[in-house]
Design a binder for this molecule. Structure first.
Ligand code: AMP
Length: 469
């Protein structure tokens, strides 16, 4: 059961503003792309903790002037956007969680995925813990509760020693905002400042919306605690080479974010340019699969010196294709989402650029749509290497048997999606687009396990032996 916890979420927190709740609502709104199923907030006003969790978008839960939002007023707040793949957006799984500990209230929000969740949960349950949710995030709570350390920060640090996996965590406790990044820094977490208040967020686009300035990324294996005395930093694990998730650059993060000092937009354009150099096509037009393929298509078009056209129009009132719990939902989602701009396409040889192929649902539909709109030749170019392995670190990817590239070779994939040609960027090309000389196989700079199967965390046995649904 615990291995269903595939979530790519957003976290956002503020310390030191009387409008912490309002800033958090705005920050969560900017991070809506990371999770659309549910949202929540925990705040503290110096006397009491407040809590709201609900399904749906941030705006549906925290609209300006609403009683729900006003009731969350305080000088500290943390928030979370959730996206689950279990289809069970149950209230009890919505974060942040708020619990009562021996030292007082404890709020927690988590983006990522623990790789030893099953084992930890089993042993906690066997020794008396009563779980109230089916998320791996709750494991942190039980570990903190059981710690015998004197102060809350030491308790959290002790709990973190027992978990493995990917996490960007925000906690509120003891009139403090705490942020932690896993020892490999797989998931993003950045620090900013607005006025006298500190901000922690998954991406920099959440700083922009509240007029906060960017200070730095939290380091891999770093824990920062922010209180009225300022900001303190400590290490939760010995320094290890960072392995930031390369898929954040390819797909997940918003293009206007800067992560680990790199513009997501520029990274995507550079990937597109590299793809054009590696796999050119004889075409009249470059067409992005909106929205995720747009920056890479711009980079491709510029490098290939070919016109860029919006040959597919996206309906923005449908959620991200992938953020639909069932395959049927995903399938109809693709149709609801895109339409061919036939005038542009009819009679043309086109290159379609998308960021990735996962199950192949999107590519199949889009290529079909282009043919129906009268395209002559349809060349598909993908701004990532073939996705051959599931992610166990917080990005939702299905099991290997549902990953098209794990089942089929490139020619077979091309036939399956009905394109005239299909090419993916090479793994070395991807690293070159990131400004490196290629992939350093001994010590890769990123986590690229979804493309290479090279998982940075050794103890994956839990995950591979457990059934996933
Ligand atoms: P599919 O239709 O299953 O091949 O999924 C590919 C589409 O989903 C691409 O157009 C991407 O924009 C998007 N996508 C790829 N990977 C993910 C992911 N892990 N989470 C959400 N969306 C994704």
């Amino acid at each position: 059961m615990t291995d269903q916890f595939n979530e790519e979420c957003a976290v956002f927190g503020v310390f030191g503003s009387q409008e912490a709740h309002l800033l958090t609502a705005l920050g969560l709104h900017a991070l809506q792309h990371r999770g659309q199923e549910a949202t929540g907030m925990v705040s503290f006003d110096g006397a009491s903790f407040k809590h709201h969790r609900g399904t749906g978008h941030v705006g549906e839960n925290f609209s300006a002037g609403s009683r729900t939002l006003n009731d969350l007023s305080g000088h500290v707040a943390i928030g979370h956007n959730r996206y689950s793949t279990t289809g069970l957006s149950e209230q009890r799984n919505i974060q942040p969680f708020l619990t009562e500990m021996a030292f007082g209230s404890f709020g927690i929000a988590h983006n990522g995925n623990l790789t030893n969740a099953s084992r930890l949960r089993d042993s906690l349950v066997e020794t008396g813990s009563l779980f109230q949710s089916t998320t791996d995030t709750e494991i942190f709570i039980h570990l903190v509760a059981r710690s015998h350390q004197d102060n809350p920060l030491d308790r959290l640090a002790e709990a973190l020693k027992q978990v493995t996996g990917a996490y960007a965590l925000l906690c509120v406790m003891d009139d403090m905002l705490v942020g932690v990044r896993d020892p490999h820094g797989i998931r993003p977490l950045i620090l900013g400042k607005v006025g006298d208040a500190y901000v922690l967020a998954s991406e920099t686009c959440a700083l922009d919306i509240i007029g906060a300035s960017y200070i730095r990324d939290i380091d891999a294996g770093e824990m920062v605690s922010i209180s009225k005395d300022g900001i303190e930093s400590r290490r939760i694990a010995p320094e290890e080479p960072s392995r930031f998730c390369i898929f954040e650059y390819i797909y997940f993060a918003r293009p206007d974010s800067i992560l680990e000092g790199r513009s997501v937009y520029q990274a995507r354009k550079d990937i597109g340019a590299q793809l054009a150099a590696e796999s050119p096509a004889d075409a009249d037009l470059i067409i992005p699969v909106p929205d995720s393929g747009v920056p890479a298509a711009i980079g491709f078009a510029q490098a290939a010196n070919l016109p860029f056209e919006l040959g597919i129009i996206r309906n923005h009132y449908v959620g991200r294709t992938f953020i639909q719990p069932t395959q049927e939902g995903r399938q109809s989602g693709v149709m609801l989402k895109h339409n061919a701009n036939s005038e542009i396409i009819a009679g043309k040889n086109i290159v379609l650029v998308d960021d990735s192929i996962v199950r192949g649902t999107t590519s199949r539909k889009i290529v079909n749509m282009m043919r129906d709109a009268g395209a002559n030749k349809v060349h598909m170019r993908i701004a990532s290497p073939p996705t051959t392995n599931p992610c166990y670190y917080g990005v939702d990817t299905p099991d290997r048997d549902k990953l098209m590239a794990a089942q089929l070779g490139i020619d077979e994939m091309c036939a399956a999606i009905g394109a005239d040609s299909l090419a993916f960027i090479s793994i070395d090309g991807l690293y070159r687009a990131m400004g490196l000389t290629g992939r350093n196989h001994q010590q890769p700079e990123f986590c690229d396990a979804c493309f290479t199967g090279d998982y940075p965390l050794a103890n994956m046995a839990d995950q591979f032996t457990q059934p996933r649904t």
